[in-house]
Design a protein around this ligand. Sequence first.
Ligand code: MG
Length: 374
Amino acid sequence: MDASATRIERVDVYGYELTYAHGDYVMSSGRIVNRLPSTVVRITTRAGVTGFGEACPLGATYLPAFGGGARAALKELAPALLGLDASNLAAVGERMDRTLRGHGYAKSALDMACWDVLGKVTGMPIASLLGGVLQTDLPLYVAVPMGPPAEMVAFVQEQRREGIHHFQLKVGDAPEKDAARVEAVVAAIGEEDALVADANGAWRRQDAIIAARLLGRHERLRLEQPCPTLEECLSVRRLCTLPMVLDECITDLGVLVRAVAADAMDQINLKIGRVGGLTRARLIRDAAVKLGLRLMIEDSWGGDIVTAAVSHLAAGTPPEALFAVSFMNDWTMEHVAGYAPRSSAGRGPVPTGPGLGIEVDVAMLGAPLFTVRA
Ligand code: MG
């Protein structure tokens, strides 16, 4: 197919609401989410090939990103892509950066849609185009909302019955209360289960150090993003022996390299939208693997489209380097691609069809919020 066939003729931007599947999703600092606006882009090329992408920031206080911001940024970005070759990801990325500084979470949806187009025109799944497939049956994890210890134990037990064996407990409260939460969950799980305590950057350094001491006796526990900044997390890490997972503060390859050089981390929680799309996430994925880190791979939130993109990215990770993946479409109720890819017994498949390998039902998204055409 010649380049004019993959020229971007039209971009439609849709909005839909995603509902959390388990009531209230509770994180540190009183952040509670149960319903969020997700944004879907559909790119259509001159030859009529379509590609889909999705961006769903986790509320307005998780990262410097929010649903309304994604839509406003896409209003700036989408017109700038008209006439570009969707299969030329480098040129698409450069054009986006020349049009709008930052707002990587919005760019992520367009980048994802262009990868979908590239896959469809080449007949290959995105996983192959991102460098190759090393696994097709991905271990999944779920986040356990912060709550009373008994509630968190009940949540974990229910998910274990479903086949999940990787858990991320939401902490970041008073260290003594968090210690009780972790204690209760540790007592309820087995050696086949892996546990992360994620404070989402809520602790002041002193509380983080106390929490790390209290939690330190759980030798198989990992600690995630105890404080907001890399420097604070590093100082906590120097005083504890728990493996350190960094998430919110690793925004690009430069920060990752600095963090590894400072010996700040053992694992990255890699989110496609936080780093600006699949193109950049692949770079960070491959660097993290080569630097000896372990990875969690996911996006901040989303539905079927995000889940498919996550599975393609994770497929290129060596099994020994992958901690677990989140299939966000198990966490949310609305399914725009027939609930595909669909997890089973705690594992997630990687679609094998071209592009994202899913069929998006555009009718479920209603009328576009806006459309731009060449
Ligand atoms: Mg996290």
